[in-house]
Design a protein around this ligand. Structure first.
Ligand code: ADP
Ligand code: MG
Length: 264
């Protein structure tokens, strides 16, 4: 039998297996405890694409921060490929709503940041070119952030994440500030990138259609403190079609879980 370590050095990186075990979290607000996550249990298989939906302020970003290792949970355990998550790691990258590019750096140099930090930029420059090609921005390598549209800037942020060849891509409302046409196009682009690269994806969005269009599974969270209300498998092949009657049915179901079905 070939050892897992041997496979990992020879095969391209694959998606992480993520385990969230009985995770609760609270903050302190004016001296009072503010419970934010309430006994969250979630298992995400390698290469799965899970979308988290829930009311504003329920704790979605907090959960992503714990998964990224940016802070420890108040109680419970988070595990990636059997290893406890207790710090940030280049294999788990977060893309936020705001691309936060450095304005004085070119597109290439913004994307190169992660490799620079790891001392790999000299030997691995081609990975930056590849990431820019993947997001369709090869021609803009020398541009500066102020020369980009909002959608292009967000694609740079994606390339900056992809250059690390993540096994887990964490997306916190990454398309939230984009106009609706750019948003629809980028939903398809991210799905295509996910299919090609094979990473595990965890997406927070407040857009039910976006979740159903992109994810293999949608997890619906309650009001704060967030509990898992329901998990819905989106058993449809890709590329998906926005008019798919099965997705429309699921949309109705999810809106009901969010308490919004009466308006549709
Ligand atoms: P969501 O992403 O679902 O909108 P968040 O996870 O950002 O929600 O926040 C959940 C709750 O936790 C909010 O009430 C927010 O005010 C609170 N919160 C988030 N971060 C902190 C913090 N660092 N200190 C105190 N409260 C926080
Ligand atoms: Mg949030």
């Amino acid at each position: 039998m070939v050892s897992a370590a041997a496979i990992r050095t020879e095969a391209p990186p694959t998606g992480a297996r993520l385990g969230i075990h009985d995770v609760s979290h609270r903050f302190a607000l004016e001296g009072q405890p503010l419970p934010v996550l309430d006994h969250i249990d979630l298992a995400v298989a390698p290469g799965e694409f899970v979308a988290l939906l829930g009311p504003s302020g329920c704790g979605k970003s907090t959960l992503l921060r714990l998964v990224a290792g940016l802070e420890p949970p108040t109680s419970g355990r988070l595990v990636s490929d059997g290893v406890p998550i207790d710090r940030p790691d280049p294999s788990r990258v977060v893309v936020f709503q705001d691309p936060t590019l450095f304005p004085w750096r070119t597109v290439f140099d913004n994307v190169a940041l992660g490799l620079e930090a790891q001392g790999l930029i000299r030997s691995q420059r081609h990975r930056v070119d590849e990431a820019l090609r993947l997001v369709g921005l090869a021609a803009f390598a020398k541009a500066y952030p102020h020369q980009l549209s909002g959608g292009m800037a967000q694609r740079v942020a994606l390339a900056r994440a992809l250059v690390n060849e993540p096994s887990l891509l964490i997306l916190d409302e990454p398309l939230g500030k984009l106009d609706s046409l750019t948003r629809l196009a980028m939903q398809s682009e991210i799905v295509a990138l996910w299919q090609r690269a094979g990473f595990t994806a965890l997406l927070v969005t407040h857009d039910v259609e976006e979740a159903l269009f992109m994810a293999t599974r949608v997890v619906v969270l309650s009001d704060r403190p967030a509990r898992i209300k329901a998990e819905i498998a989106v058993d449809r092949p890709y590329p998906r079609h926005r008019g798919d009657p099965h997705l429309a049915k699921l949309r109705h179901e999810v809106l009901g879980l969010l308490g919004l079905d009466a308006t549709w």
